[in-house]
Design a protein around this ligand. Structure first.
Ligand SMILES: C[S@@+](CC[C@H](N)C(=O)[O-])C[C@H]1O[C@@H](n2cnc3c(N)ncnc32)[C@H](O)[C@@H]1O
Length: 279
């Protein structure tokens, strides 16, 4: 299944699935070039996988952004309203940055940071061609960049991960490298810790990976909860989503997979600041 996010109107039949129970059947039955409005994620249209957008103007002019539905979930969890100040900490190639700009209706401030120079160029090209006007991009390291970030409302953190969720069924079986997973998890924990500690006004932070491994997902979230549960709690932002975090404390996290949600393998959670009422 692929999803498109539109900046213009399509002259085509829209099939709306009001009953979520029909979703899987609906996706499987979709005829070529028919689409429906996704029942979970705003702004998203669902097309049959394999729809060949690549030769069409609508894609070439970037009136549509092609994304896996699961990748839209972090932006949905934040849903920043126009005028908000948002930070995309690991931004390239920029799909989620574009998605955030769409929520902001191009109004507000969207800081997009990318450490890798080549991917930073790609990020800028993609934002420009998608018509994003509210972003300020930085070729820098999220963990050391020094900018006036005190007013940031929302952070989207989608750091480097093993990528185990985007393997094809035809690929050789993954050889699991425990040491690499440990290194990745340590960096992921460091980045979330940094974000929750250094941005005094953030209301929400999403953490996401395209990994299926517990070490980069539930284990990371549990470590953060051990440290921050007096200040931040997990938000259950799509309570009817079928695939959940695999431990009791991470039930509010969402998992996604080709079999259960017709998407890539993905993991996302949303931390929200606990508002303490003064005694
Ligand atoms: C999973 S990709 C992000 C995908 C992106 N969010 C999207 O949806 O298009 C992770 C990105 O984070 C960048 N990155 C890794 N560590 C970083 C850091 N410390 N600061 C900024 N960017 C970083 C990587 O170079 C890579 O481009």
């Amino acid at each position: 299944m692929i999803v498109g996010m539109f900046r213009c109107k399509l002259q085509q039949t829209i099939l709306m699935f009001r009953e979520k129970v029909n979703f899987r059947k609906g996706v499987k039955r979709l005829a070529e070039w028919k689409y429906f409005i996704d029942p979970d994620v705003e702004h998203v249209l669902v097309f049959q996988s394999g729809t060949k957008f690549f030769e069409y103007e609508i894609y070439l002019n970037r009136h549509i952004l092609l994304m896996d539905k699961a990748s839209c979930l972090p932006c949905l969890a934040l849903s920043p309203s126009p005028g908000s100040i948002v930070l995309d900490a690991c931004a390239a190639p920029g799909n989620k940055t574009i998605c955030l700009a769409n929520y902001l209706k191009n109004q507000g401030t969207l800081y997009a940071i990318e450490k890798n120079r080549r991917r930073f160029k790609e990020l800028n090209t993609n934002l420009r061609t998608a018509g994003v006007k509210c972003a300020q991009t930085f070729n820098d390291d999220f963990l050391t960049v020094s900018l006036p970030f005190d007013d940031i409302d929302y952070i989207l953190l989608d750091p480097s991960c093993s990528g185990s969720g985007i393997r094809n069924r035809t690929d050789d079986p993954e050889v699991i490298d425990e040491e690499r997973l440990e290194r990745l998890a340590a960096l992921q924990i460091r980045m979330i810790t940094y974000a929750l500690t250094n941005f005094p006004k953030i209301k929400r932070l999403t953490y996401s990976t395209c990994s299926i491994h517990r070490q980069e997902n539930e284990d990371v979230v549990e470590t953060i909860l051990d440290q921050f549960s007096d200040q931040f709690q997990l938000v259950d932002f799509l309570p009817n989503w079928p695939s959940r975090g695999q431990t009791e404390r991470t039930h509010a996290c969402l998992r996604a997979s080709p079999d259960e949600t017709l998407t890539n393998g993905f993991f996302v959670c949303c931390f929200e600041r606990i508002i303490k009422l003064d005694a």
